[in-house]
Design a protein. Structure first.
Length: 213
């Protein structure tokens, strides 16, 4: 009887060992592949979205005599800890660089989610197309004036919404953690503004900055 129990126990243990081996050799790679596929799908969706916006940006830039080689696209549907400001090459139809950028807190200590506004004093991000204007030295150092071109952001200049940098914005992604919030200005990391400034200052024509969801 004892020998039978030991034999039965041995068979059970062997079955469990074989099952575990099968799981780790078969199921785990499939699981990892699914994760990679999901990640790749998300990247493709983002690239398709940026390509669609870039096509419209190219048409707008041509019509209004902006720089037709490059534009800056900001996708506010992306969480703030992830890169959501994209330097887009309109000639090659490709993203050349990306960085973090703030959104407005709408005068709250901390804004959960996203809310948009265009009223003077609202403290919110304004969606729409912006013409990047003259550079100047402000309280945050180098900054660029922004001129809203749509009904959703045509008060940007009156609101002192400008492109500038701040030390609270990290240079690299920090997701799932959010970054600091602004009073409506698209604020980037100091090192990233230097990259943008090199492009802006070298451009003979205004550059389009487009904030959208």
């Amino acid at each position: 009887m004892k020998r039978l129990l030991l034999l039965t126990l041995g068979v059970v243990l062997l079955f469990l060992a074989v099952s575990a081996t099968w799981y780790y050799t078969k199921m785990k790679p499939v699981y990892r592949t699914v994760n990679r596929d999901i990640s790749a799908t998300l990247r493709r969706k983002l690239l398709l979205k940026l390509e669609s916006r870039a096509a419209k940006a190219r048409e707008y830039a041509t019509l209004h005599k902006y720089n037709t080689d490059v534009c800056f696209l900001i996708d506010m549907s992306i969480e703030s800890g992830k890169n959501r400001l994209f330097i887009y090459n309109l000639k090659k139809d490709s993203v050349t660089d990306a960085g973090l950028v703030t959104h407005g807190r709408c005068n709250e200590n901390w804004l959960n989610g996203r809310r948009y506004g265009n009223e003077v004093g609202c403290g919110c991000t304004s969606l729409g197309k912006y013409k990047i204007g003259a550079a100047y030295k402000g309280k945050f150092g180098l900054a660029y004036k922004l001129h809203g071109q749509d009904s959703t952001n045509n008060n940007a200049f009156k609101r002192f919404v400008v492109l500038h940098s701040h030390g609270c914005v990290p240079y690299g992604e920090v997701d799932p953690y959010p970054i600091c919030q602004s009073d409506g200005c698209p604020t980037v990391a100091p090192a990233f503004l230097k990259k943008m400034a090199a492009t802006i200052d070298a451009s003979p024509r205004p550059i389009l900055l487009w904030i959208f969801e």
